[in-house]
Design a protein around this ligand. Sequence first.
Ligand code: KG4
Ligand code: ZN
Length: 406
Amino acid sequence: MSVGLILGIESSCDETAAAVVERGARTLSSVVASQIATHARYGGVVPELASREHLRAIVPVVRAALAQANVTLGDLDAIAVTSGPGLAGALLVGITYAKALAFASGLPLIAVNHLEGHIHAVLLNDRSLPGSLGDGQGLPEDEAALALVVSGGHTHLYLAKPADGCWSYTLVGRTLDDAAGEAYDKVAKLLGFGYPGGPWIDALALHGNPRAVPFAFSQIKTKLHLAGKAPRTKAARTAPIANLDSRFLFSFSGIKTAVLRYVELHNLRPEAEARREALFTGPDAPARPTIEAALATCDPQTLDLIASFQHAVVGDLMKKTFAAAESLGARRILVTGGVAANRELRQRFTVEGVARGLRIAFPTLALSTDNAAMIAAAAWPRLLVRDFADGSLSADPSLALGNARG
Ligand code: KG4
Ligand code: ZN
C-alpha cells in the first residue's frame, strides 16, 4: 500500500461533495456544493431537482477536490462512493461517475454506506486526538462506542465495535417516524423559515426561554406502535425490523404536531406567513437572509416556542442515548449527522458526559452535515482489507447499516 489516498464522492441527498483523505485521517481537500438555494423555496428537498443539480456539479466538484489536494487520479489508491441510503436518482449520479473514473483509471472502487460515513466523520476528527479510537487499534475488542446518527433522514443508535481495524455495527435504537432533523425542518417551515430549518432554530433558540412551553415525550410502546409490521417511513425503512428495546426508540412526529397546535392556538400563522414573504419568497426578500433579520421578525412568544422545541428534542436525544450507552456498557458516545452541528446539543451532551464519566465525541462542524471526507474516511479500513465493489454496484436507497439487536 502506498500513501493511502482515497477520493470520496457523496451525492445521496442535496449536497454534491468530493474529498481527498489520506489514511482515513488527514483531509487534503473537502469540497461541498450545496443545493440549499435550489430547495429553500420549496421548504424541503425536491428529488428531481436534486438529481439535475448533482449532474451539473459532479464533474467540477471532483476536479476541485483533486486540485485543492494537489493530486491527480494517478496519485490515488482508490475511489469511494456513497451507495445508499438516500435518493435513488441522486445516488446514481455519484455512483455512475465514480464507476467511470475507476474504470478509466484502473483504481479500485469502494462502496460506502452513508450512515457509516457519518460515524467516520467523528473518527476522522478523533484520529488526531490523544487516546484515539479512530483506527480501532489499541482498544480492547469489547470496548464498544455508542453512535447516535442524527440528521435529516436518520435518528439511529448503533453500537460500534472495533474489530481488526474495521468496525462492526449493531442497530440498538431508531426513530419510528420522523428523524430529528426532519422535525427541525418541519417546525422551521411552519414558522416561516427557510430550508434547512436546523441552523435557524439553533441560532434563534438562544433568544427564547427553553422552559416556556413544556413539551413532553411519552414512553414508546413498541408492540402497540408496530403491531408486528415495519414502520413505513423514510427513516425507518433504512433499518431492519427488530425487537429493539423500546427505551431506545424515538418518535418526533408528536412534537411536530404539538408545535402546530401551539401555533394555531396562539394565532402565530399570520406572523409566520409574513416572515416567509419578508425573508424568503417576497419580491423584497434578501438574497441571503441573516439571523439578525430573522430575529427582528420574531416576537418573544415565537422565540420561546423555538427554544422550548429545541430543549425538548435535545433532552429526548440525550436521555435515550445515555440510557443506551449505560445499559450496553459503552464508555464512549459518538454524536454525528447534521443535527450534531447544534450548539445546545453539543453543550448538553458534553456536560452530561463529564457528569457520567463518558467520553463524548463530535465531528468538526463542517463534517457534521453531509460531506465526502467522511466517505473517504470510512473507505480506508475497507481499502486495507481490499473490500472492493465491482461494476454491478448500484444505488440502494434503503441500505441498512449493520445488524439489528434481536
Ligand atoms: O446530515 P445532513 O446534512 O443530511 C442528512 O443526511 O440528512 O443533515 C441535515 C439535517 C437537516 O434536517 C438540518 O435541518 C439539520 O441537519 N441541521 C441542524 C443544524 N444544522 C443542520 N439541526 C439542528 N441544528 C443545527 N445547527
Ligand atoms: Zn447525512
